[in-house]
Design a binder for this molecule. Structure first.
Ligand SMILES: Cc1cc2nc3c(=O)[nH]c(=O)nc-3n(C[C@H](O)[C@H](O)[C@H](O)COP(=O)(O)OP(=O)(O)OC[C@H]3O[C@@H](n4cnc5c(N)ncnc54)[C@H](O)[C@@H]3O)c2cc1C
Length: 427
């Protein structure tokens, strides 16, 4: 039985294959194609959406790890390498990824396939850092993807083939000073806050105050200081504080809120107050990445930047109007326009809005409301998170979908790399 990170998805593949190298991947794909069964590649299984779910062959890339080579501002890495391992390997060479998600357990190929992004309007997602990919197609052929096809493959959803290696642009090591504080919501919603820093994000609890007017802001800028031991100690403290938001919301909040829903507003206020102010200076991946201490379900939407403030305010108001028991904060981030044809930020500067529910509670009321409110602002869902979209909405929202499907027809004409979810999304 395979289960994703949240525990919300399970499947019983007819076989799970864990190839050690590209030859093993090719053999598994050719064997499946001969037998007329399908193959789904899987990374660390963090996605909340059923992209990897299959009754056929699950191809687990977790044994294909490590650097292939580092050359100038490019690193080539095997597909199953985790972001954590890559961060450490790069730091040892004075290099870093230009973009960091808030978790480092995904694999490089999984993170790239779903357009995993960070909290910066200045640097694109991990998909945007891809300069080349090596991929096994539906017939077992190996292709080095570059040129125009790269904009299909950089957010490929695992629908084009099995990625065996990824080449990424990297930057010199980054030291950041990260800070957090409680700030007025009206202030953090403006470009004056969101665009003023290299990294900037904020969380807001729907019931933090009667008017939801206080946000927990977290931002970071590059500095020339050296990381020092005190900074690392602060990093731990800062992470604990950040986790407290979720832990207070979930540990203290959701369990209690489930049995006594009227306590949710109080829990929201306590979690907001518990998160203190402070700053820390360290290497980017030690400052920006946090290890989650609880599990949840998540839905995240990419809005045109100009719709972000209205979208956030309307969603907060709608949650309160329907009196939904939401123990987690909304998380808000920004990102630049992307070139990946199926990236949710394709062609437009983006504001990301994420909502969460605790594992074991019914996510549908919150996720359906979020899809309604943010979908009305031309929001597009994050592919790795929960969403209700099918092919009609995808066709409307993605002008380059026909080009993506043409690449898919060339790479995987027999649809070896499909499942029910992809069939619903891509037709
Ligand atoms: C705690 C937590 C924090 C998160 N934080 C962020 C965040 O800050 N920003 C963000 O954008 N997202 C975030 N996510 C979402 C996460 O980054 C994505 O879901 C990502 O895809 C996870 O990578 P994975 O290795 O687990 O991929 P999986 O979930 O295993 O797979 C995702 C997709 O990639 C495909 N795939 C995997 N390996 C290959 C391969 N070798 N070849 C072809 N296709 C492949 C799969 O078929 C599937 O379609 C978070 C998720 C969690 C659980």
């Amino acid at each position: 039985m395979w289960t994703n990170w949240s525990g919300g998805l399970q499947c019983r593949p007819s076989a799970t294959v864990r190839p050690l190298d590209e030859t093993g991947v090719r053999a598994a794909v050719q064997r499946a194609a001969r037998r007329g069964v399908r193959v789904r590649p899987v990374g660390a299984g963090l996605s909340f959406s059923p992209l990897a779910v299959t009754d056929d062959v699950l191809l687990d890339l977790s044994a294909m790890t490590g650097l292939v080579r580092v050359s100038g501002d490019r690193v080539r890495v095997r597909a199953g390498t985790t972001l954590a391992a890559l961060n450490v390997a790069l730091a040892g060479r004075g290099l870093a990824l230009a973009t960091l998600a808030d978790v480092d357990t995904p694999t490089v190929a999984g993170a790239v396939a779903t357009g995993t992004h960070g909290s910066t309007g200045r640097t694109g997602s991990l998909s945007a850092q891809v300069t080349a990919l090596r991929l096994v197609q539906g017939g077992g052929e190996v292709v080095e993807v570059g040129g125009a096809d790269l904009d299909a493959a950089r957010t490929g959803l695992g629908a084009l083939g099995v990625v065996t290696e990824v080449e990424l642009a990297v930057v010199p090591e980054i030291v950041l000073r990260a800070s957090q504080a409680r700030l007025p919501l009206a202030e953090v919603l403006t470009p004056d806050y969101l665009d003023a820093h290299r990294w900037a994000e904020f969380s807001v609890f729907p019931y933090a105050r009667p008017d939801s007017a206080i946000a927990l802001a977290r931002w970071a800028d590059e500095v020339t200081d050296q990381p020092d031991p005190q900074s690392r100690a602060n990093t731990v403290r800062t992470f604990v504080e950040r986790r407290l938001v979720r832990a207070a919301a979930v540990g203290g909040g959701v369990a209690l809120g489930r049995t006594v829903p009227r306590l949710v507003p109080t829990i929201n206020r306590v979690a907001t107050v518990l998160t203190g102010s402070g700053s820390v200076t360290d290497l980017a991946h030690r400052v920006l990445v946090a290890q989650p201490v609880v599990r949840w379900e998540e839905s995240e939407w990419a809005l045109p930047r100009e719709a972000l403030a209205d979208g956030v305010c309307e969603l907060l108001a709608a949650i309160k109007e329907r009196e939904l028991d939401v123990g987690f904060p909304l998380e808000v981030r920004v990102g630049p326009a992307e070139s990946g044809w199926l990236h949710p930020a394709y062609g437009r500067d983006t504001g990301w809005v994420a909502v969460h529910t605790a594992t074991g509670t019914d996510p549908e009321p919150l996720f359906t409301l979020t899809a309604e409110v943010l979908g009305a602002h031309a929001g597009r869902p994050h592919w790795g998170k929960r969403h209700p979209w099918t092919s009609a909405q995808v066709a409307d929202a993605y002008p380059r979908l026909p080009d993506f499907l043409a690449v898919r027809d060339r790479y995987d004409p027999e649809r070896v790399f499909s499942n029910a979810h992809l069939a619903a999304l891509l037709g």
